[in-house]
Design a protein around this ligand. Sequence first.
Ligand SMILES: Cc1cc2nc3c(=O)[nH]c(=O)nc-3n(C[C@H](O)[C@H](O)[C@H](O)COP(=O)(O)OP(=O)(O)OC[C@H]3O[C@@H](n4cnc5c(N)ncnc54)[C@H](O)[C@@H]3O)c2cc1C
Length: 417
Amino acid sequence: MLMNDLSHTLDLAVIGGGASGFFTALRYAEMAAGKHVAIFEKSSHFLQKVRISGGGRCNVTHACFDPAELSKHYPRGARELHAAFYHWQPQDTIEWFARYGVTLKAEPDGRMFPVTDSSATIIDCFLERARQHKIPLLVNHALIGIKRLENDGGFELTFDHHAEPITARAVCIATGSLKDSPLLNQLKRLEQTIEPLVPSLFAFNVTDPRIAGLAGLSHPQVAIRREGSQAARQGPLLITHRGFSGPAVLRLSAWEARAMAETKHHFPFVIDWLPEMDMESLKARFADIRQNQGAKLVRNTPIPPIPRRLWERIVSCCGIEDPMTWGQLSKPATQSLLEGLKSARFEANGKTTNKDEFVTCGGISRQTINFKTMESRKVPGLYFTGECIDIDGITGGFNFQAAWTTAHLAASAIARR
Ligand SMILES: Cc1cc2nc3c(=O)[nH]c(=O)nc-3n(C[C@H](O)[C@H](O)[C@H](O)COP(=O)(O)OP(=O)(O)OC[C@H]3O[C@@H](n4cnc5c(N)ncnc54)[C@H](O)[C@@H]3O)c2cc1C
């Protein structure tokens, strides 16, 4: 189809030339030969987030092939995605890319990247597929108005700086995060409920003597929870110039995104530096060290896997200074060290966006979408895919997988219309 064919009614107008928009258009073109689909992108470039994703490597999906297990990685949308993954899951993503010459590889932690380690491979694949299907790709087309036409005649779409509206029988909103989107009012007018839009996947800003000067140090396994909540998240932790980051922190930020936003990202939280040892085992470990290595300096005897420099700092911040040995540790000092290791309390005073991946929590309410088709329950012919929906995952390729899955469902349903 040529550009000037846009004067005719499109079968499908995809709004947003990002991950989910491209995948919706491509899957639709594959399933609905002869139908007319175009992608409208507000900026001057397509697939910008794909380009910068995964530090430029694009973490396309995650090597987790059981829908029930996979859905556990989504703080919002787990139930809906669980069912959706039976229709399109990481194995389908891997096979789809392989069909077009893009091989994905899994890293030991399950994250999957193109073997080229370059997001350009994914972008080139999408652009080439769009060219093969002759899908018009229109940059500098920001959708600013959606009007329903009478008698199920589809939609009239108005774009910024373009006088001529475009008509389409079906519209797929694939605009990514709706935070600050001028489309919000349009969508509300179409009776779509919007769940509050707040950040997810961020690092915690912390100023504290226990970590001052330790930037760059990582701990392989901690458990971390917001004070007042019992739900701890485990994983590696990284000390940064601003505070804490790393998988455990990002996971907690995702699961507690709403609660943390309510306090404007100022909140107390608690770190267990030795999650694999409960309090009783740790007390037994202390007793054992005291008995067998009682003459050793406490500072010189880190309990693995706590890194030595961090151990020294924890010990000193518990008031245990050289030349204190294990044998000399008083009861209060022992208690203070136990607490400093198992329930170290910190205060977050703000957040820093994770540079590798961040997403918006909130968006089009899942209740107003039919998850078999991704069609609005209020407005027939209006579909939603990707991050504009109130769905988000933790880091690891889960957010792109949600984009591919919702795009496949929408494309299949629109092709059946
Ligand atoms: C730095 C960074 C790294 C990331 N890395 C990863 C990763 O490695 N793995 C992973 O799974 N996830 C990653 N993510 C998350 C992932 O990028 C998103 O979940 C995913 O891009 C969502 O796809 P989408 O198509 O819904 O939205 P987007 O990719 O954001 O695309 C939406 C597009 O719509 C356009 N648009 C918006 N409004 C309009 C309008 N009114 N009219 C027309 N066009 C419009 C935008 O310009 C944009 O091009 C990362 C995110 C960031 C910020």
